[in-house]
Unconditional design. Structure first.
Length: 192
């Protein structure tokens, strides 16, 4: 099991209604259904990933996360997940606010663009970094936004969004000291 999926599973209560925005191949949703008995559905734009979701028995809608939430009623889901998709969204502020509208809580997983390994690559190599959390080169990256743990905390503070829990994850384990420097990814549990 992927490390980020383990932490997300720990944040979600059993028997919850879950919506995963940018659910990819549906692996996380499948785990939530099997291990937590959740009613889970996803939205995904990549047709190949949708076929993998269907093979797993995961309910998924073909759609763009940037415009895919207007049909959902307020507080329809217990949790909305944005894991490894926020940096690829055209209007992340709008999507987060919509996720907070349709979900009681939102789980956001982000790559940390300010990790030590990324900083060292920029400093010593003078190149855009390629790391485990950022595995793409500049010309084939799906990332449109570049943010850090500190940036996301500040975003939430400025919009009066409560961070209920957060977890910073490094190459081998959870990071408790200097997460903005030492963590590759972070997962936040937020609410209004």
């Amino acid at each position: 099991m992927r490390t980020d999926h383990k932490y997300i599973l720990d944040m979600i209560e059993p028997h919850s209604h879950v919506l995963d925005l940018g659910c990819g191949d549906g692996q996380l949703l499948w785990l939530l259904m099997k291990q937590k008995n959740c009613q889970a559905t996803g939205i995904e734009i990549d047709e190949k990933a949708i076929y993998k979701c269907v093979e797993r028995g995961v309910t998924v809608s073909h759609g763009d996360v940037d415009s895919g939430l207007q049909d959902y009623s307020d507080q329809r889901f217990d949790y909305v997940i944005l894991n490894e998709s926020l940096q690829e969204i055209l209007n992340p502020e709008k999507v987060i606010m919509e996720a907070l509208r349709v979900g009681k809580k939102v789980i956001v997983g982000i790559p940390n663009f300010c990790s030590l390994s990324a900083r060292l690559q920029i400093f010593f190599l003078g190149k855009v970094p390629v790391t485990k959390g950022l595995p793409y080169t500049w010309y084939n990256t799906p990332n449109l936004r570049f943010l850090s743990i500190k940036d996301f905390r500040e975003f939430c503070h400025q919009r009066h969004i409560t961070i209920e829990a957060e977890c910073a994850i490094g190459p081998t384990s959870e990071v408790h000291i200097w997460p903005n420097l030492l963590a590759d990814i972070a997962i936040f549990l937020i609410k209004r």
